[in-house]
Design a protein around this ligand. Structure first.
Ligand SMILES: *Cc1c(COP(=O)(O)O)cnc(C)c1O
Length: 416
């Protein structure tokens, strides 16, 4: 056996690298996965023209990748926007928004009920760069109006909110923001474009944590923002310079997931409505929060600006944390998991998990009671989910007083 310094002479190492390159995938039916960091150029001049932007084409996967672009284009189509930019995660997308549109001295006006990490990104990290975050009640237009001023650059809301399902009037808030030339950002993670299209209500930028309902299978992190070509151009600049790029592999998973988005959303919301109604009749339940219930205080607004109510609901159990934990620990089919938007049903106890870092007073202020339980409905047979919830209720030792049970509203109470 002959061998050179490194490698065997009998083995064609060059062929391992260069032979049989795949050059055309245009007829494959499933989108191909461009798992590549770099691209080849036909000539030195072509490389120069691609870098300068004179010639369209790929340069480097931090900011151009065919699979990621396919995902972006598809999300833009679904949100009825001109363009979209994908990022590594939902928080990566928020980070890019901040770097793209804010500078020292600006302020962000944001609803208090946004995803906790979004609030921290603004109040902790952006504050370091001299950007003020002002938090307002999602449902109180007077507070929005008061907080938005000439220095407001971004107006951020999440509607419906999680876990209390409060609704922000996107059209009215957009009018207030646009009067001061601020950009309106709507986090549409919970409803997806199937059930709500915020651009049609006035939002300039729509953002998604794409690993939630968009993937819908709990497999991948990604974020995506949609909007006009010129706003997306700003975000592409951020992407090119600061990174936070979406993996082509995750974009490829997401492309497939989007094909079934509508049918999944319709199915989970059907289950959520049935379970919300059923939960309202359980003796141990003191309140149900779901905008699909006619008794929800903002049911009419939700019906006006949404095409459905989604798969997430929350309810409050008599007996506080002890009863909530006992009930949760009893579940057999429904998973104890703090994620949302999976194919499988999941429950969370917000007071001790997602909102556990708030002190008791701040939690009360946010409407997160010790007996609050969030249920994200999956694709199981609804009768099986119901049976699981029922056997958990049967096992809870706490008995509400007769007065408490009689004072309980039939199906829902005012949220917040
Ligand atoms: C999860 C989530 C985020 C953050 O997204 P990541 O992909 O986890 O970074 C933002 N907004 C909402 C509504 C979320 O549920």
């Amino acid at each position: 056996m002959q061998s050179s310094a490194i490698g065997l002479d009998g083995f064609d190492a060059t062929s391992a690298l260069h032979s049989n390159r795949v050059s055309d995938l245009s007829d494959v039916f499933c989108e191909p996965l461009a798992m590549t960091s770099a691209y080849t150029f036909g000539s030195a001049q072509e490389a120069a023209e691609r870098f300068s932007g004179q010639q369209q084409g790929n340069v480097y996967s931090r900011f151009t990748n065919p699979t990621v672009q396919a995902f972006e284009g598809r999300v833009a189509a679904l949100e009825q926007a001109e363009d979209a930019v994908a990022f590594a995660s939902g928080m990566g997308a928020f980070t890019a928004l901040c770097h793209g549109f804010l500078q020292q001295g600006d302020n962000i006006v944001c609803s208090r009920d946004v995803f906790g990490t979004t609030a921290s990104a603004f109040s902790v990290y952006m504050a370091r760069f001299g950007i003020e975050a002002r938090f307002v009640d999602l449902t109180d237009l007077g507070q929005w109006q008061q907080a938005i001023d000439d220095k407001t650059r971004l107006v951020v809301l999440e509607s419906p909110s999680n876990p209390l399902l409060k609704i922000g009037d996107i059209r009215a808030i957009s009018l207030l923001a646009h009067a001061k030339d601020a950009l309106v950002v709507v986090d549409n993670t919970l409803l997806t474009p199937v059930l709500q299209r915020p651009h049609s209500l006035g939002a300039d930028l729509v953002i998604h944590s794409a690993g939630k309902y968009m993937d819908g299978q709990g497999r991948a992190l990604a974020g995506v923002v949609t909007g006009s070509k010129s706003l997306m151009q700003v975000l592409r600049g951020v992407l090119r310079t600061l990174g936070i790029s979406c993996s082509p592999f995750n974009a490829w998973l997401l492309l497939k997931s989007l094909e079934t988005l509508e049918i999944r959303m319709l199915r989970v919301q059907q289950g959520a409505l049935e379970l919300a109604q059923w939960l309202g009749e359980q003796p141990l339940v003191s309140a149900v929060h779901y905008t699909g219930l006619a008794q929800h205080p903002q049911h009419a607004l939700a019906c006006r600006q949404q095409d459905g109510h989604g798969g997430l609901l929350s309810f409050e159990i008599f007996g506080g944390q002890a009863a909530a934990w006992q009930w949760i620990d009893q579940l057999q089919c429904v998973a104890r998991c703090t994620n949302i938007g999976d194919t499988r049903s999941m429950v969370t106890h917000p007071a001790s998990t997602t909102h556990g870092r708030l002190d008791a007073q701040a939690r009360r202020h946010a409407g997160i009671s010790d007996g609050l339980i969030r249920l994200c409905v999956g694709l199981e047979r609804v009768s099986d989910i119901k049976a699981d919830l029922q056997q958990a209720f049967d096992a809870v030792a706490y008995q509400p007083t007769v007065q408490a049970a009689q004072g309980r509203p039939r199906s829902v109470v005012a949220n917040g």
